[in-house]
Write a protein that binds this ligand. Sequence first.
Ligand code: PGA
Length: 257
Amino acid sequence: MARRPLVMGNWKLNGSKVFTKELVAGLKAELADVKGCDVAIAPPVMYLAEAEAALAGQSVISLGAQNVDVNVQGAFTGDISTEMLKDFGAKYIIIGHSERRTYHKESDEFIAKKFGALKAAGLVPVLCIGETEAENEAGQTETVCARQIDAVIDALGVEAFNGAVIAYEPIWAIGTGKSATPAQAQAVHAFIRGHIAAKSQAVADQVIIQYGGSVNDANAAELFTQPDIDGALVGGASLKAPAFAVIVKAAEEAKNS
Ligand code: PGA
């Protein structure tokens, strides 16, 4: 089964009202003709309203968010719910990003709860996983990725990955300019798909596995030649419309030729 690639921009803690309007306008112009790749942007939640308004009238670019909370309503100061994200038309929701695991001490179990909340709400989880540089050097990459995936499988069953997205983001590659090589990334992606296939081949065949970590307009095309790399989660290079557009078009080209 051919998987439709997904390229998603993770804006992190960047932007303003004006920046959001301008970047979305630029993306709409650059990406108007894209057909063979799903595209999403995850601005800071503060700017979902601006992004939703700016995206109106097109269907190429979907809206996303960078986090969600497990509770739907009530006395949870500072939290943002699945229903609120839906209210703004957000569809693809990043969870388990290494920056949240590190700075907000989010555990595998807590992230699995977020995964469940998103599935219950009909939203698409984009589950970030990946190892630190020390874990990589200690040969623990597969163990770490398996543990992070198993937390979801243990809580929700392997079928939870139907219609979901995994972003493999080696932490040593995030924001460092030091992307994993296509062969390195492919090896881990194949491991991840195989790990899921051990529970369900059908689920493994359809799950989208993005690569993330210093993807840019110069290295994207080669990454997308790898069979188990189904797109990218892009940080820094998603803040400029021309660079992000090159990455989207590289995925479209590589996966439809
Ligand atoms: P980067 O970030 O592309 O700036 O390395 C990727 C991410 O953290 O999602």
